[in-house]
Design a protein around this ligand. Sequence first.
Ligand code: GDP
Ligand code: MN
Length: 380
Amino acid sequence: MKLHEHQSKEIFSRYGIPTPKGKVAYDAESAREIAKEIGKPVVVKAQVLVGGRGKAGGVKLAKTPDEAEQHADAILGMDIKGLTVRKVLVDPAVPNKAEIYLGIVVDRNAGAPVMMASAAGGMDIEEVARVTPEKIKRETIDPVLGLQSYQARELGYGIGLDKKRVPAFVKIALALYRVFVETDASLVEINPLFITADDALLAADGKLVLDDSALDKHHDLEMLRDADEENPAEREARTAGLSFVKLDGNIGCMVNGAGLAMATMDVIQFYGGEPANFLDIGGGAKADKVAAALRIILADANVKAVLLNIFGGITRGDEVARGIVEALNQVKTDVPMVARIVGTNAEEGRKILASANMKTAASLEEGARMAVEIAKASEK
Ligand code: GDP
Ligand code: MN
């Protein structure tokens, strides 16, 4: 789950990282009021959950409240990489001498978090990483010991910071690591970290991506979720407790169990088809959950066939079959479906599905082949 810039900076600030004290506006008039309250030049910044807002014209400097209103008017409603801007952050503008990059991500190869810093921060950091990677300094963090002060100092000197700014930099780096650990983040980033005209350090931008699997520990953070910024299928899947990932193929998959779902996708591809999604309906098979899964799969216009692959274990095959039939009463569709059920009470399950005019397969291979054939035929 991604947090907005203003939410991330609010959290950074609680950990003692200096941030500009701005406010969020949902309309141009409020942006004007906030600018007036701040009483000096401001930056008006689009709050959308993508990077590169600056380059897309979503970050604008305003010298007067009038200008702030005009910029907010232009930015609100703007489309940035497919997302509509619904709110802007109005921050006091800060004159700066330099823009530093500072961030922490999980490095899968090292099996540990890594802190990265660069003197070449700002809007071109991706370009810096590509063309001159030596300008990005890295410190691998021992997850047991945590980030050590000497490592933060090494980064500070490594990016050529003036000696007198290093203590403030170290303080920010250590605080950022605490944010990373205590929010169970997969990424935290300050880009840019300003060296202001009067020589202070200030987090002008903030990014925080939380580990979804840890959100149960952080109800306060989960409340910050912006449902406007999720695509509808993902939102419905999340609220129904389904694991769903949309893909580009045309065969919808509904499977109980993540490993079985992966295997199903492999077998579909083995027979020359392309899965339209990964979907694990998890344990149990209440009709409502199955119906939600079907709705999500069928909302994708690319889907030309659906393969249901069910392993009856503790959840019995006949129960799942009844859930599917009930779900089909809720979700009317012409898209052909193939079901493969094995395990506990599979035979009863197959009978129930066959009586509801669903094609059934005796094996996963057969089911996948059937689904691929149907999908291919309908593309002709
Ligand atoms: P991003 O493009 O989505 O990462 O948005 P940022 O928040 O990083 O803003 C983009 C750029 O706008 C920064 O790299 C700065 O150059 C500039 N900027 C943002 N806030 C201020 C500010 O308060 N003062 C000044 N002078 N520039 C700012
Ligand atoms: Mn930025």
